[in-house]
Every structure is written in C-alpha cells, then in structure tokens.
Design a protein around this ligand. Structure first.
Ligand code: BTN
Length: 264
C-alpha cells in the first residue's frame, strides 16, 4: 500500500484558529533539498510551515545527514522570529512539544535525550535541528512514521519508527498537533523562561542519573547526567562537582563503550 501524501487543505483547516499559525502559509513540496534550508531562504517566516514528502539533502545535527523514505515520515520546518535571548533553550522546548504531541496521540514509553532527541523505548524516533540567523529561527523536525529497515543502514544509532511499535498515525493530524503544542509551549517559554518547563523536561529525561559523555567545544565532559537547569544546560556531576554543559553531543555508557571497542 502506498503511503498517503499530506493534505495541505486539511492541515490549514485544522490550524485555522491558531493565533500564530492560522491563516499563515503552509507549503508542502513533493521533493526538496531540505525544508530547513528552504524556509531559511524565505523572507517573512514567522508562523510559516514547510513540509516535504521527500528531502534530497535532509540535514541533522552536527553536520549529519537525515535519511527518510518518501512519505514515510514527517519532515517539517516551523518558521519563527524571536528575540535572540530566547535561543538558548529553544531546542529543548521543541523536544518537549514533540513529546507532548506524540503522547496526546497515544504513544507511550517516550523520553528525551539531551538536548532534543525524542526516543521511543530508548531508540531514536525523532530529531530536531534548530537553525538561527539573527531573530529568524527555523525548527526542523523529522519523525519516523514508517521507515523500512534498509533505510537505516547509514543511521549511526539505534532508531525506531511508530509503525513497528504498533502505532498507526494520521500524519496530517500529527503535524497539526506538533504545531499547536509548539505554539502553547513557546507562549509559556516566552512569558516565563525555561524555568517553568525544566521540571517537565527532567520528567522525560532518558539519561537521568546515568553515566554519560558530552563532547562540547573540543572537550569531553564525563560524569553522571543529573538533568537540565533553568537555562536548558545539562548538569553533569563529576567528583562532587556539577558542570553545566550548554551544547554538544551526548553518548551514553553503552554508546561510548561500543565506540571504544570499534576504535571510533
Ligand atoms: C537530528 O540530527 O536529530 C535532527 C534531525 C532534523 C531533521 C529534520 S527533517 C525536516 C528538517 N529539514 C532538514 O533538513 N532537517 C530537519
């Protein structure tokens, strides 16, 4: 059975009452290089959505590529304009909004790997790439809906999709829910900062009290992940000292033992 394509009029209609996204542009491309790159190149992006059935050059965090089969996932970018002081915890707010929308759709066993990977049963289900230029900001979101195993040969970490976990989703309704949860949490973040959301994020933390390594700015911080603070920084405890880390790549103990073993 061929996967269904996005129905833009359904998405526009379901978003019509949204203060930020109602009546704004929703673009959907059959194929594009990257929804993030396209939206970043546009003028007035606040409240604009860009979706694609397929990306020829999908981008992930840390310069990686993002691989997804045609119409087998959600590939979307949300355009915003924001005061730059809100950039720090934005990617964590986005991860939380994604978890909330998936929970609302009935998905259980979700967690967050800092800063914003969404895990289902400890495997990566969704990723977020936040790109900022001045006050223009694009939140790029990829969610695996039905991804055949072969697609994964180039993916360098355990991953999963909704279909193989028994979840059947209406992609358009999930897109709308993701947008509305972003709208709600962004409103809270802009009004009160990340402080009011940090507790919620920590309740979803996949690596709470686990041994981690974070490669950040050429240095490796190795210790126990405690959770995030009111700035969205990951607190790592080492020899009784708590080190806040504001960006980087996190590996778990299993991950880095494998890396050591394979010599990577
Ligand atoms: C990650 O590495 O975890 C982030 C992945 C982000 C992928 C999405 S798919 C839609 C949007 N367009 C892109 O090129 N990347 C993001």
């Amino acid at each position: 059975m061929l996967p269904l394509k996005h129905d833009i009029s359904t998405i526009r209609n379901l978003l019509r009452d949204s203060p930020k996204f109602g009546g704004r542009e929703v673009f959907c491309f059959p194929e594009i290089d990257s929804t993030n790159s396209w939206l970043m190149s546009q003028e007035d992006i606040d409240g604009t959505l860009c979706l694609a059935e397929k990306q020829s050059a999908g981008r992930g965090r840390q310069g990686k590529t993002w691989i997804a089969p045609e119409s087998g996932s959600i590939l979307m970018s949300i355009g915003l304009t924001l005061d730059t002081r809100f950039c720090s915890a934005l990617s964590l707010v986005s991860g939380l909004a994604l978890v909330e929308s998936l929970k609302e759709a009935g998905v259980a066993d979700l967690s967050l790997k800092w800063p914003n990977d969404v895990l289902l049963n400890h495997r990566k289900l969704a990723g977020i790439l936040v790109e900022v230029s001045g006050t223009r900001c694009v939140l790029g979101i990829g969610v695996n809906i039905r991804v055949p195993a072969l697609t994964g040969h180039a993916i360098d970490q355990p991953w999963t999709d909704l279909a193989s976990n028994g979840y059947r989703m209406d992609r358009d309704r999930l897109v709308v829910s993701i947008v509305l949860h972003h709208e709600r949490l962004l409103r809270e973040y802009l009004a009160s900062g990340f402080e009011s959301l940090a507790g919620q994020w920590n309740d979803c933390h996949a690596q709470a009290n686990q041994e981690v390594r974070v490669l950040s700015g050429g240095k490796t911080v190795h210790g126990i992940a405690l959770g995030v603070n009111r700035h969205g920084e990951l607190l790592v405890e080492r020899d009784g000292r708590v080190i806040p880390v504001n960006s980087g790549r996190l590996s778990t103990a299993t991950g880095f033992r494998q890396e050591a073993w394979t010599g990577q």
